[in-house]
Design a protein around this ligand. Structure first.
Ligand SMILES: *[C@@H]1O[C@H](CO)[C@@H](O)[C@H](O)[C@H]1NC(C)=O
Length: 293
């Protein structure tokens, strides 16, 4: 396997870890209660190991969810999640940032369950100033129900990057100059939830939730948040000290990260609004900043 391509791949892997080493360590044992509170159906959340690990339960009566105590302007937001195993068709496990304002900004991860042995879909979306319609869908390169994986968002003034473990799966560049709104002044909270969406989630709604398999259980840990906490008035965001995501290396993906993103696009992408010419005969402006498209 010592082909030049293989070597190149290894070299880029090590380059990627050099770049990522600039990101502060993120402890995985931060308890739920330090940064989060339940949002709804409190009795459907179960706590383990002193609250360092939790489960969300979905049954035919209710799903459930939790949200960050603080609101944030920029930062790196991550969560370790182990998805609902077995027959998860109809369920959606979501991890997102949202400003919950009238013209809201939102950064979404949505994991669409499936029948036993069939692949999950990861759908992502970005809303800016209330406008979304920017869906992308991928398959994952592993079974997300077998182990914890880290899902994260890096939100800086220049870009929003979606990561699965350390692989960037999507980037949304700041294209203010092209007239595209970019989230910069509405603080967002982090939200996690598990609910029933069998009207659309699996094979477009054809596969219904099998309630005889309930409760459906998703696992969470790593309740650390690495964001700039803001008060209601965004101007009070604490900027003391240099925020690591303002460093030049986070202005853009590095070469190795672009290469990994290309790999995701080539091998795992099911849908990308930026290539949907039927829906968008005229390409949305931000897509022009999406390399390789
Ligand atoms: C579920 O499995 C089917 C069949 O393999 C596949 O077409 C579909 O994309 C999968 N995922 C979802 C969420 O529908």
């Amino acid at each position: 396997m010592a082909s030049p391509l293989w070597t190149l791949f290894l070299v880029s892997l090590s380059l990627a870890s050099v770049a990522l080493a600039a990101v502060p360590r993120r402890p995985v044992d931060v308890p739920f209660g330090r940064n989060y509170v339940p949002s709804w159906a409190f009795d459907h959340i179960k706590y383990f190991n002193g609250g360092t690990e939790i489960q969300l339960h979905l049954d035919k009566y209710s799903g459930t969810g939790f949200q960050s105590k603080g609101s944030y302007l920029f930062g790196h937001f991550s969560m370790y999640i182990k998805m609902v195993p077995g027959d998860s068709a109809g369920t959606v496990t979501a991890f997102y940032l949202s400003s919950q304002t009238s013209e809201h900004d939102e950064i979404d991860f949505e994991f669409l369950g499936n029948r036993t042995g069939q692949p999950y879909i990861l759908q992502t979306n970005v809303f800016t100033g209330g406008k979304g319609d920017r869906e992308q869908r991928i398959y994952l390169w592993f079974d997300p129900t077998m182990a914890y994986h880290r899902y994260s968002v890096l939100w800086t003034v220049d870009q929003i990057v979606f990561f699965v473990d350390d692989v960037p799966i999507r980037v949304f560049k700041n294209c203010k100059d092209l007239g595209v709104k970019f989230p910069f002044n509405q603080p967002m909270k982090m939200y996690n939830s598990l609910w029933n969406a069998d009207d659309w989630a699996t094979r477009g709604g054809l596969e219904k939730t099998d309630w005889s398999k309930a409760p459906f259980i998703a696992h969470y840990k790593g309740f650390h948040i690495d964001g700039c906490e803001a008060s209601v008035n965004a101007k009070f965001c604490d900027t003391q000290g240099k925020r690591w995501w303002d460093q030049p290396e986070f202005k853009d993906l590095d070469a190795a990260q672009w290469q990994r993103l290309r790999w995701v696009r080539q091998k795992y992408t099911i849908y990308n609004y930026c290539t949907d010419r039927v829906r968008y005969p005229q390409l949305p402006p931000e897509c022009k900043r999406d390399r390789d498209i």
